[in-house]
Design a protein around this ligand. Structure first.
Ligand code: COA
Ligand code: AMP
Length: 633
């Protein structure tokens, strides 16, 4: 058996050969004429090849005789309901929905926006787009209409697929009015919407524009509209997924068809040690990259059983839900964000609920999405009777892990606080501002040597210049991850923080700059700053500091409440923005830069020094006093 080092070295010696080999696991309608093409710093994998992602996720497994294998388990802790779909059943649904889309004029290259809760229809819609070569753009349900409208205007979809409602603990969220509002706000006009009606709250459909999912599926069945998979170029986009960038405008991360499948298929075995037929569960949401890669495409392309979970780790109904799902569906490995385990630990500190369930099939827990604090990992290891708890690091842009403990190749020793080592595809360096490589244990910017491997974003949607500026310009020859950290003498990476304004709230990536843009729009606010402060459960939560216009005499509490409401209205509940505080001034450098880093250190009770460039050091004392009064910190 080949170990990690040999595998990594084999990739380094011949990267194209390595990925050409991995590509043999995928069905191609036409082979590649060139494994990798690099033009002006942009890379495209498997040039000349034709394939189809839906074919690889569904049809080929059915054709190979695995139609009766369970493909997808919808487990709704919100409804206490479980529904299983075999590969043959899922193929039938996806084919019919592709028929629906086709009857609505969707063809290869068209964009379809999907705004849905965690229902199986979301996965069906994604795969149906893939079947037709249409490009889906899934938007997380916790975003407000304004965010949805921004994405509609950028992706210019022909059609939106949505549901009448989503379920959050204790409340039903009507999605349709949110979608209607977004459609009204956006400059680009979609021609139609298809709405999946859930029984808890039926949506009112606009005649001629909104269509009922079930009725459309029935019509497609009656017309025998089950289109075959449309061949697409390996380099054609499969989807666009928006993620927070350094401004309020989200970035449209593009994912291709060919490289994406090759990388995901490789990762299922080599990173997650999962075989076809195994049950894999990523407890995330289809609105995030984890949902795209490891609820839908990775497990299905690999021929696994995947779980689509609607619920929370706690309160639906209790902190034993994850254990119940692992036991009930024979999960071999699961993937979630550390925040979920912090939530479980808070409710069930002794992990007493684990004992109620038979976890005999369960082997490994994978964590990502935010820094996994050693305390949480150790608690989870204990709760899981010593099973490995594996931190790994990646981002929306990469689409699959960059640094991990490659469990399917070799289980390396765990070092708490490190997601372990770079995977094949990723030559990772830690550099200073002038792109000079730093020695072991020295903190700097984490960058990846170009070209990026298959699966990583080839560009941003309709924004190649933005792609270059955001990722390639600062460190020539490297991709900027915008994370900072260090590598130890054994090559283990430690990811400590972001180098931009992104914060990570309950594993959700959010831009504080985007929040500042919203707060600045409040009529009484002269200037503001948003920082992410440490939170025992969510990792970080945003806190806003507001400086009011001269002469504003309204009660501070009213303005603070309005600021909180404004973020919820413009960005959405997912921002988890609950605290705004009025301050007299913001601490700034003499050139006018707000000292957010120092504010965060003060808030988190870390050691801080007065920056040499500060304009007026007294402001830091004022901030400290406000934090003490407002948050008791
Ligand atoms: N639609 C509408 N609203 C949503 C939503 C959705 N799909 N998802 C979350 N929200 C709302 C929540 O109800 C909450 O509203 P509130 O302010 O009225 O309470 C708000 O957005 C913030 O959500 P969240 O930060 O997730 O907090 P939470 O208290 O609901 O749950 C956790 C906290 C830790 C239990 C939850 O975030 C979790 O399970 N995280 C781990 C898994 C994960 O999501 N990983 C991300 C990618 S790997
Ligand atoms: P997203 O694009 O939403 O997946 O968020 C990616 C970002 O989350 C990364 O750039 C990191 O800042 C952070 N992140 C993800 N996984 C980890 C991890 N294992 N350790 C530390 N930070 C992480």
């Amino acid at each position: 058996m080949t170990g990690y080092k040999d595998t990594y070295d084999a990739w380094k010696r011949d990267p194209e050969g390595f990925w050409a080999d991995a590509a043999k696991e995928i069905d191609w309608f036409k082979p590649a004429t060139q494994t990798l093409e690099v033009k002006n710093g942009l890379s495209r994998w498997f040039v000349g090849a034709e394939t189809n992602t839906c074919w690889n996720a569904l049809d080929r497994h059915v054709k190979a005789g695995h139609g009766a294998r369970t493909a997808l388990i919808y487990d709704s802790a919100m409804l206490g309901r479980v529904k299983k779909f075999t590969y043959a059943e899922l193929l039938e649904k996806v084919s019919l929905f592709a028929g629906v889309l086709q009857r609505h004029g969707i063809t290869k290259g068209d964009r379809v926006l999907i705004y849905m809760p965690m229902v199986p229809q979301a996965a069906v819609a994604m795969l149906a787009c893939a079947r037709l070569g249409a490009i889906h753009s899934v938007v997380f349900g916790g975003f407000a209409p304004k965010e949805l409208a921004t994405r509609i205007d950028d992706a210019t979809p022909k059609l939106i697929v949505s549901a009448s409602c989503g379920l959050e603990p204790g409340r039903v969220i009507a999605y349709k009015p949110l979608m209607d509002k977004a459609i009204e706000m956006s400059a680009h006009k979609v021609s139609a919407t298809i709405v999946f009606q859930r029984e808890m709250e039926k949506a009112v459909l606009v005649a001629g524009r909104d269509f009922d999912w079930k009725e459309e599926m029935d019509k497609a069945a009656a017309a025998d509209a089950r289109p075959e998979c449309v061949p697409v170029a390996a380099t054609d986009p499969l989807y666009v997924l928006y993620t927070s960038g350094t401004t309020g405008k989200p970035k449209g991360v593009v994912r291709d068809n060919g490289g994406h499948m090759v990388a995901l298929k490789w990762s299922m075995k080599n990173v997650y040690d999962i075989d076809p037929g195994d049950t894999f569960w990523a407890a995330s949401d289809v609105g995030w990259v984890v949902g795209h890669s490891y609820i839908v495409y990775g497990p299905l392309v690999h021929g696994c059983t995947s779980i689509l979970f609607e619920g929370k780790p706690v309160g639906t109904p209790d902190a034993g839900t994850y254990w119940r799902i692992i036991a009930e569906h024979g999960v071999k490995a699961m993937f979630t964000a550390p925040t979920a385990f912090r939530a479980i630990r808070k409710e069930d500190p002794q992990a007493a609920l684990v004992g109620k369930y038979d976890l005999s099939k369960f082997e490994v827990l994978y964590l990502a999405g935010e820094r996994a604090d050693p305390d949480t990992i150790q608690w989870a290891e204990k709760a899981l009777s010593g099973r490995p708890v594996i931190d790994h690091w990646w981002q929306t842009e990469s689409g699959w892990p960059m640094v991990a403990n490659p469990m399917g190749i070799e289980r390396l020793p765990v070092k708490y606080g490190s997601p372990t080592v770079p995977l094949p595809g990723y030559e990772i360096h830690v550099v200073d501002e002038s792109n000079k490589q730093l020695g072991p244990n020295t903190t700097g910017a984490i960058v990846v040597k170009l070209p990026l491997p298959p699966g990583c974003l080839p560009t941003l949607w309709q924004n190649e210049q933005g792609f270059r500026e955001s990722y390639l310009a600062d460190f020539p020859g490297y991709y900027k991850t915008a994370d900072a950290g260090f590598m130890d003498e054994d090559g283990y990476l430690y990811v400590m923080s972001r180098t931009d304004d992104i914060i990570n709230v309950a594993g959700h990536r959010l831009s504080t700059g985007g929040m500042e843009e919203v707060l600045a729009a409040h009529p009484d606010v002269a200037e503001c700053a948003v920082i992410g402060i440490a939170d025992a459960m969510k990792g970080q939560v945003p806190v806003g500091f507001l400086v009011l216009n001269a002469g504003v005499a309204r009660p501070a509490a009213d303005i603070e409440r309005e600021a909180v409401a404004l973020i919820r209205e413009r960005i959405g509940p997912v921002a988890a923005f609950k605290t705004a505080m009025i301050v007299q001034r913001l601490p700034k450098t003499r050139s006018g830069k707000v000292l957010r880093g120092t504010m965060r250190k003060i808030a988190d009770g870390e050691k801080w020094d007065t920056p040499a460039t500060i304009d007026d050091p007294a402001v830091l004392g004022e901030i400290e006093a406000v934090l003490k009064a407002g948050l008791g910190r």
